[in-house]
Write a protein that binds this ligand. Structure first.
Ligand code: ATP
Ligand code: MG
Length: 178
C-alpha cells in the first residue's frame, strides 16, 4: 500500500470541524502514527478531548497537543499585533516540526482563522506545504478556508450549518461542546 500524506481541510459554518480532526487523530494514533496538534486559537480544544489526549499520551509519546495561538479577538483591536506574533510563532513551529519529520499527522487547528485575518500569508502557506514530508498528513480546520488552500488540498469537507442547539437557546452540553 502506498503511503501518501494528504492535505486535508475541514471548513464551513456547521459544527464538527475540530472534532472531526480529533477523530482523525484518534484513528491515526491507533494505527501507530505520530500525531501533533497545534492550536491557532487557545481553547479550541476543550477539557474533554484534552483529557482524552492526555490519557493517550500517557500510553506513548505519539500524540501531543501544543497551544500557540491566542483567544478570539476582533480585527483592529489592540491585541492584533500579539495575535500576529502568536500565529507567526506557531507557523514557525509547524515548519520546524514538518522539517524534522517527527510526525505522520499534523493538525493545524483554526489555521483558517489566522489565515483569513491576514496573520499568515499565501507565501507562508506555500512554504508550509512545500516543507511537508511526502508521507505526512496535514489537516487545516476553521471556517472560511481560503480558496488558495482549497485549491492545494487533496480532501476538503465543508460542515454546513443546518441546525445548532444555540439557535434554540440550548446551552453548551458536556461531551458535545466541552
Ligand atoms: P467543534 O469543536 O465542536 O468540532 P467546530 O470546530 O466546527 O466545532 P468552530 O468554528 O471551531 O467549530 O467553533 C467552536 C465553537 O463554536 C464550538 O463550541 C461549536 O459548537 C460552536 N459552533 C460551531 N458551529 C456553530 C454554529 N453554527 N452556531 C453556533 N455555535 C457553533
Ligand atoms: Mg474548531
Amino acid at each position: 500500500m502506498e503511503n501518501r500524506g494528504l492535505v486535508i481541510v475541514h471548513t464551513g459554518d456547521g459544527k464538527g470541524k475540530t472534532t472531526a480532526a480529533l477523530g482523525m487523530a484518534i484513528r491515526a494514533w491507533g494505527n501507530h502514527l505520530r500525531v501533533l496538534i497545534l492550536q491557532f486559537i487557545k481553547g479550541s480544544w476543550k477539557y474533554g478531548e484534552l483529557e482524552s489526549i492526555k490519557a493517550l499520551a500517557s500510553i506513548n509519546d505519539q500524540i501531543e497537543i501544543r497551544q500557540g495561538g491566542l483567544g478570539f479577538s476582533q480585527r483592529g483591536s489592540g491585541a492584533e499585533e500579539e495575535h500576529r506574533c502568536a500565529a507567526a510563532e506557531l507557523l514557525q513551529t509547524a515548519m520546524d516540526e514538518l522539517r524534522s519529520d517527527a510526525w505522520d499527522m499534523i493538525i493545524l487547528d483554526e489555521f483558517n482563522y489566522a489565515y483569513s485575518f491576514g496573520f499568515i500569508s499565501l507565501d507562508e502557506l506555500e512554504q508550509l506545504l512545500s516543507v511537508r514530508p511526502e508521507k505526512t498528513h496535514l489537516i487545516f480546520t476553521g471556517r472560511n478556508a481560503a480558496q488558495e488552500l482549497i485549491d492545494r488540498a487533496d480532501l476538503v469537507t465543508e460542515m454546513r450549518l443546518i441546525k445548532h442547539p444555540f439557535q434554540q437557546g440550548i446551552k453548551a452540553q458536556k461531551g458535545i461542546e466541552f
